[in-house]
Design a protein around this ligand. Structure first.
Ligand code: ACO
Length: 349
């Protein structure tokens, strides 16, 4: 068995900066409300007709590949995590593959929302450990702004999310005690709809009751998208914010603790915790619970908002560029999100 490591990381965010004040021109909200509840000051939005989830992923991937000291031709497997894909199908993995010109290798799309990057890292880790692949390209990318409700009805969700992409190359390492020490994956579908983008889909009301969605009675057709969905604008993500908050602040410390315990470490041993950038208040809560110093936690949600599957690789890459992820450091990645799913990874860099 090999040990695996993150050999190169990169991120890409679109140029367009959207401030909280910009959002007040579209919906009834305020800079004060958004900053107080989420810590977010601004986010980036992709350029329509030019950028997509796959193109942003490709940009981040090129940087990660270069930093890993390989070429695109060396990549032998792709894992792509997103909840805002270019197409309903096929997935973004093959679209990014086409852009990068590395057709032929396997491309796996995963749908684990905010935990997507850590889930993907765990998959890559298993493939590399067994010797099946040597240069796995893992990408988390989101183009949220194409699917948000910019009316006041959608303000509780819309103000939180931003666009961007992060990527990593996972390779084997022979360095004793270094690399990905362990990964921990969890899910609980009990509260699947508490943070969800339900339509379009084939559910025809099965999970939540038919009445709510007004599906036609005909046996054939009209299930993914109905007129009623459009008329009632039931085509956007929904979130029970307080419910999500309560779960997140329990599951983050739990799954971080699990990773530390598995490897015989304590919170004070962490050099840097890179939590999924869900909400600054959630990160601060987790930091207090684990009694971590400010310099042990990396937050950048203030600049980018919540970029779901991209948030951890963007934050990790930014921290690395700032010299906060150094050779030999103990790095903990932790995520919680829709599903609910939650996950952690402990890495000796
Ligand atoms: N601007 C102004 N007012 C708003 C906005 C907004 N953008 N959004 C909601 N409000 C209003 C509501 O309408 C409500 O008004 P009312 O009292 O007149 O009915 C009031 O603010 C309070 O609404 P709540 O939804 O109860 O707001 P809350 O204090 O819970 O804050 C928030 C909302 C920030 C989403 C909070 O619940 C939270 O942090 N939840 C965690 C969920 C989260 O972070 N999700 C991120 C994505 S999930 C993930 O990545 C894990």
């Amino acid at each position: 068995m090999f040990q695996s490591k993150i050999a190169g990381i990169g991120f890409y965010v679109p140029e367009k900066v959207v401030t909280n004040d910009d959002l007040t021109k579209m919906m009834d909200t305020s800079d004060e409300w958004i900053q107080e509840r989420t810590g977010i000051k601004e986010r980036r939005y992709g350029q329509k007709h030019k950028e997509t989830t796959a193109t942003m992923g490709a940009e981040a991937a090129k940087i990660a590949v270069k930093r890993a000291g390989i070429t695109l031709d060396d990549v032998d497997f792709i894992i792509f995590a997103t909840l805002s894909p270019d197409y309903f199908f096929p997935g973004c993995g093959v679209l990014m593959q086409r852009i990068l010109g590395i057709n032929g290798i396997g491309a796996l799309d995963i749908r684990n929302q905010c935990s997507g990057f850590v889930y993907g890292l765990s998959i890559a880790d298993q493939f590399v450990k067994t010797g099946m692949y040597k240069n796995v390209l893992l990408v988390g990318s989101e183009f949220h702004s194409a699917g948000l409700d910019f009316s006041t009805k959608g303000r509780n969700v819309t103000v939180i999310f931003g666009d961007g992409a992060g990527a990593a190359i996972i390779q084997p390492t022979k360095e004793e005690g270094k690399g990905i020490l362990s990964t921990h994956l969890h899910a609980d579908g009990e509260h699947a709809e508490k943070l969800a983008y339900i339509n379009p889909g084939c559910h025809t009301g099965v999970h939540l009751g038919k009445e709510q969605f007004g599906y036609p009675e005909d046996e054939y057709g009209g299930a993914f998208l109905t007129e009623k969905m459009f008329k009632e604008q039931d085509i956007f993500p929904n979130m029970d914010g307080q419910f999500v908050f309560k779960f997140a602040v329990t599951k983050f410390p739990e799954v971080i603790g699990e990773a530390l315990q598995k490897n015989g470490y304590k919170p004070e041993d962490i050099d840097l915790l890179v939590p999924h950038q869900a909400n600054l208040r959630i990160s601060q809560f987790v930091q207090r619970r684990l009694r971590l110093r400010d310099d042990q936690v990396w937050n950048n949600i203030q600049k980018y908002g919540n970029t779901t599957a991209a948030s951890i690789p963007i934050a990790l890459c930014e921290a690395w560029e700032a010299g906060k992820v150094k050779d030999g450091d103990l790095i903990c990645l932790a995520a919680f999100g829709s599903g609910f799913t939650w996950a952690s990874a402990l890495i000796r860099w």
